[in-house]
Design a protein around this ligand. Structure first.
Ligand code: HEC
Length: 128
């Protein structure tokens, strides 16, 4: 009985260590949160999919991880999502409709709701 308890504690400890060692976004897209996927699905995927998406940017679930730390096609000095410097992420500038972006804000017509914007902001900040 005592031995088994010790085993359980050891296993829990190991799980905690491995979770702490693996940064979000580094696991091939398996860990992109569902609420983030939903925002992209509702607001972005209708354009950002298919064989020739705008600027080559696909925002379908299996492709989002590939965008983390990839350069922007529009402003190559910036990353689309910058895990080291979240505030510098070009995607954030686009969805925040900042004046210093090239091209249009995203989505082009109707801005994201404050709630949807917050979901993406929190996720990108959390990648650091
Ligand atoms: C109506 C179609 C449409 C929708 C919806 C749309 N986009 Fe775009 N997106 C475009 C087009 C066209 C471009 C290229 C021209 C431009 O930037 O104005 C683009 C460019 C981009 C770029 C620049 C890519 C690069 O490599 O520089 C980002 C980032 C982006 N979109 C993110 C988003 C996000 C995030 C959403 C959803 C919140 C979204 N887009 C929704 C059409 C769309």
């Amino acid at each position: 009985m005592k031995k088994r308890n010790l085993m359980t504690i050891a296993l829990l400890g190991l799980a905690g260590v491995s979770a702490a060692l693996s940064p979000a976004g580094s696991q091939g897209g398996q860990d992109i949160p569902a609420n983030v996927l939903n925002v992209f699905k509702k607001n972005c995927v209708r354009c950002h999919t298919g064989p020739k998406p705008p600027k080559g940017l696909r925002l379908i679930p299996g492709k989002i991880a590939a965008v983390i730390d990839a350069p922007s096609a529009e402003v190559p000095s910036l990353k689309i999502i910058d895990s080291n410097d979240p505030e510098a992420s070009y995607l954030l500038k686009k969805i925040r409709r900042q004046p210093d972006i090239a091209g249009k804000p995203m989505p082009p017509r109707k801005a994201l709701t404050a709630e949807a914007l917050q979901v993406i902001e929190a996720w990108i900040e959390g990648l650091k």
